[in-house]
Design a protein around this ligand. Structure first.
Ligand code: PRP
Ligand code: ADE
Length: 178
């Protein structure tokens, strides 16, 4: 059942204090990828949520880099296509980009201009929601392409950083919250 799948996933997340810098408790999802049962559980739980809560989706949009680990598997389950939001400078052809602030400095995400057609309904996916800066920038990219945003999916939500508030009015679904 879904409770045992969630527990399986939870047992495959490790926490590393002070990585990549002092004061950050890094939530590492690598053990999920190493265990096929845990990875299947993640995709099962996302699939259940999407089938119950979303209709007529067109595309799954994954975020560089760890959104790429889960997004294509979910998209295949749902019979949907997958598109990539990448860090700047990685995608060929005409692209659209959005700059955003990190705790230190700035970053920029980018998508191919023809990746999503106007009016297409998309669900965004990443491994983890912290401040929400990354997913918020990806939502801005979707708006530039006139996509319809159905919501955001993450494995882990760090609740104290209030990323879900930053993403409002878009809905966030997380498997685990810390
Ligand atoms: C991590 C994580 C999310 C983002 C969340 O990625 O995978 O994409 O940070 O943080 P935010 O909600 O505060 O924006 P990171 O930027 O470390 O890059 P990576 O996926 O390439 O490792
Ligand atoms: N991305 C932003 N904050 C993170 C954290 N605490 N653990 C893993 N990835 C992150």
């Amino acid at each position: 059942d879904s409770e045992s799948k969630l527990q399986l996933v939870q047992r495959h997340i490790r926490a590393f204090p002070d990585f990549p810098q002092q004061g950050i408790l890094f939530r590492d999802i690598c053990p999920i990828l190493k265990d096929p049962a845990a990875l299947t559980a993640v995709i099962d739980l996302f699939e259940d949520h999407v089938r119950k809560n979303h209709q007529q989706l067109d595309l799954i949009v994954g975020l560089d880099a760890r959104g790429f680990l889960f997004g294509p598997l979910l998209a295949q389950r749902l019979g949907l296509g997958f598109v990539l939001v990448r860090k700047k400078g990685k995608l060929p052809g005409t692209t659209v980009s959005v700059a955003y602030d990190l705790e230190y400095g700035k970053a920029e995400v980018e998508i191919q201009e023809d990746a999503v057609a106007p009016g297409q309904k998309v669900l965004l996916i990443d491994d983890l929601l912290a401040t929400g800066g990354t997913l918020h920038a990806a939502c801005e990219l979707m708006e530039k392409l006139q996509a319809q945003i159905a919501g955001c999916l993450v494995v882990i939500e760090l609740q104290e950083l209030k990323g879900a508030d930053k993403l409002k009015p878009h809905r966030v679904f997380s498997l685990l919250r810390y």
